[in-house]
Design a protein around this ligand. Structure first.
Ligand code: FAD
Length: 277
């Protein structure tokens, strides 16, 4: 069992706990992007285990009649071992998703993995339209990547970027990242036929996207993390397509630590839970 202190950010240790969360969220109009916690594997065995766990989860989601999808980290299914292992495991997951008519997102990790991730996505997107990839507005290369992705049938999630990247290739100041995020949104709303996912909790970015949607009519969805602005997620779902990214699994401690340390209010929440006030 996940201790109550971490259950704000993590949907459970087991698929059964996760699916209970998915089902409760669906009643509130929000669908779930399920992520099994795990990353940076250097051996094939844990990568295969997570691949198989995702395949089983896709079947469980289908059997339960739920509208959830999954999101996979490249380094959790073998990119750290080699591109061939990554592609083999991703292929098995996408095949299983196709059997169940489910959607597969590919998360984006640090910049040395960008090309391999986008290339694998591009190959799958031309074969199966229910795949999506994440791109990071902090990377200076992203507008060019978006122009290439605009012609593919899948979906693209735009995030600000969670990795500490060098100044030569990335915007590092908050204001620069926000400006780049807005520019990328403009490009997507103008050049994509739809399939835009706004992966941000930032009310300013969400407002920018809704304005572009009203002007240009391009379809989009909003994605936020479990435990962050959840009331806003439910409110936005009355008008827009909203998805919550919900991690689950036994490796929750380091994820919980990251979420807690990134914002003062999350740290206060955790400390209050410890001292019981
Ligand atoms: P921030 O700049 O962190 O915050 C801006 C504003 O948002 C704040 O001023 C506040 O108004 C509001 N806000 C933010 N957090 C909170 C909070 N806890 N409570 C209340 N208000 C808050 N990164 C990757 O590099 N690769 C990925 O594959 C990836 N996938 C993601 C998937 C999803 C669905 C999401 C939501 C994020 C993902 N990220 C990913 C992380 C992303 O890159 C950012 O690090 C993260 O979302 C924080 O940026 P932000 O846009 O939310 O805005």
């Amino acid at each position: 069992m996940i201790p109550p202190i971490a259950s704000r950010f993590v949907a459970g240790e087991t698929p059964a706990e996760l699916l209970e969360h998915v089902s409760q969220l669906e009643e509130k109009g929000v669908r779930t992007i399920c992520n099994r916690l795990g990353e940076h594997y250097e051996q094939p065995e844990p990568a295969r285990e997570d691949r198989d766990a995702y395949c089983d989860l896709l079947a469980d989601i289908d059997n339960a009649g739920l509208g959830a999808c999954i999101s996979v980290k490249p380094s959790q299914i073998g990119l750290g071992i080699g591109e061939e292992t990554f592609r083999e495991n991703l292929g098995a997951i996408v095949d299983r998703a196709a059997t169940h008519g489910k959607f597969v997102w590919i998360d984006m990790e640090d910049h040395p993995t960008t090309d391999a991730t986008l290339d694998a996505y591009a190959d799958h997107a031309t074969e199966y339209e229910r795949v999506g990839v994440c791109v990071q507005a902090n990377l200076k290369r992203t507008p060019e990547d978006l122009r290439r992705l605009a012609d593919l049938p899948g979906k693209v999630r735009l995030v600000k970027g969670a990795y500490d990247e060098p100044a030569a290739i990335a915007h590092r100041k908050k204001s620069g990242v926000n400006e780049a995020y807005r520019d990328c949104l403009d490009l997507m709303f103008e050049e994509f036929d739809g399939g835009i996912a706004v992966g941000s909790h930032d009310p300013a970015m969400i407002e920018h996207a809704t304005r572009r949607h009203e002007e240009l009519g391009t379809d989009f969805e909003i994605q936020m993390l479990m435990g962050v602005r959840e009331e806003a997620q439910i409110e936005l779902a009355e008008e827009y397509d909203v998805w919550q990214y919900a991690p689950y699994g036994g490796k929750w401690l380091s994820y919980f630590y990251r979420r807690t340390m990134e914002r003062k209010e999350n740290l206060t929440f955790a400390l209050r839970a410890i001292v019981g006030r």
